[in-house]
Design a protein around this ligand. Structure first.
Ligand SMILES: Cc1ncc(C[n+]2csc(CCOP(=O)(O)OP(=O)(O)O)c2C)c(N)n1
Length: 366
């Protein structure tokens, strides 16, 4: 185990004090600690490519090497600027990557993480990025040497961190809900309001897991779900692609972190979606499932936003008053509509995880 402060101090000793990244459960201690202590020098980015690019900009203006953190699933989002801008044979920009290693061969994980976990080291090797697997304080020394070398050679260096490695010295504050409407109440009411042939496509994080939990708990059979266990930020596009060739109503249930990760896809929906595409944003203003870090979505005016992107109607719900009626009104709307739910964080303990993915796909496609 490694205290998160030992890692942060090592980076700062190397004159790296600018941090950007996308939150991850493995690196929760790091991002939460930075959010409280390094507010000025820490930017929570909407996707990993942006985080790398923010770091590139920081280097260009300060000559200091930035630290970019991400889950290994986000490494693919980061590849474009890593390869086409920062790579040794392009602009040779030094960067320190801190990568949460879900699905490492040592640790049992979900299918989508196992696939990425197995190839993560090879991706780094393909990019010629030197890396250290950080498991104990001893490994910090090796990483320190690699950082010094990367600075000298103006190259990229990385560390891989597995679940449970980082520890926090202080218990983190429990962050309060930003909004009050109970998420379980909303999702249960939505499921109970569905017509028979409705399809739901839901985003990664707690949203899909809660839907699955509630369906099982209350034995709700109307509608069918497809859970986006990975591909964060692509829920809108999958739902749009499905809806364009379907006669059924398709409900896209998205999180605010997920929406912001690939924001452009909602413009594509606003331009191309038919009225069978129903977009629901569960806005809790946080990355609830990976440590409650802020998404800063609270100050977006989603009515102006969605209407300027092509949605014809906007609805918002923030409490339980007339909940069922409001959901019905939205679902029966004949024009392309966007529904923002100002919602609490999840309150359900021990949420299940979708595991038999091929079965879920087959049932969904029936
Ligand atoms: C590409 C990628 N980057 C990061 C993650 C880690 N991750 C999983 S869920 C999540 C937060 C999603 O936020 P939101 O959509 O608001 O849903 P909530 O967690 O609040 O339910 C993140 C960052 C991921 N799965 N994939």
């Amino acid at each position: 185990m490694i205290k998160v402060n030992s890692l942060i101090n090592l980076l700062k000793k190397n004159n790296s004090d600018f941090f950007s990244g996308v939150p991850d459960s493995v690196l929760k201690e790091l991002s939460v600690s930075l959010q409280y202590k390094d507010k000025k020098n820490h930017i929570i980015a909407t996707n990993e490519g942006s985080a790398v690019s923010l770091g590139i900009g920081h280097y260009l203006s300060t000559k200091k090497v930035p630290c970019i953190y991400m889950q290994n699933s986000g490494l693919s989002n980061a590849l474009n600027p890593l390869i086409s801008i920062a790579h040794k044979r392009v602009y040779s920009i030094p960067l320190i990557l801190i990568i949460g290693w879900r699905g490492s061969p040592r640790i049992k994980d979900e299918p989508q993480h196992n696939v990425k976990g197995e190839i993560t080291e090879n991706i780094l090797k393909l990019l010629n990025i030197k890396y250290t697997i950080l498991r104990s304080n001893k490994d910090l020394n090796k990483f320190d040497e690699q950082i010094k070398m990367a600075k000298k050679k103006s190259s990229i260096v990385a560390c891989l961190i597995e679940q449970g490695t980082l520890t926090n010295i202080k218990k983190e504050d429990k962050k309060k809900d930003f909004y009050n409407l109970n998420k379980e109440v909303f999702l249960k009411t939505l499921l109970l309001t569905l017509k028979k042939n409705v399809k739901i496509i839901s985003s990664t994080g707690f949203n899909s897991r809660e839907l699955m939990y509630l369906r099982n708990k209350f034995k709700i059979i109307n509608g069918e779900d497809f859970y986006m266990v990975g591909g964060m930020g692509h829920t809108t596009s999958v739902a749009l692609g499905y809806s364009l060739s379907s006669k059924n109503d398709v409900i896209c249930i998205d999180g605010d972190g997920s929406l912001l990760m690939h924001l452009g896809s909602i413009k594509t929906a606003g331009t191309f979606a038919n009225k069978n595409f129903k977009y629901i944003l569960l806005n809790n203003n946080s990355h609830n499932s990976v440590g409650n870090q802020s998404t800063y979505a609270n100050n977006i005016n989603f009515e102006k936003f969605s209407k300027s992107l092509g949605f014809k109607k906007f609805y918002t719900i923030k409490n339980e008053f007339n909940l069922k009626k409001k959901i019905k009104t939205f679902l029966s709307e004949k024009k392309l509509s966007f529904l923002e739910i100002k919602i609490s964080n999840s309150k359900i303990k021990k949420l299940p995880r979708p595991s038999d993915l091929i079965k879920i796909k087959k049932i969904f496609m029936k």
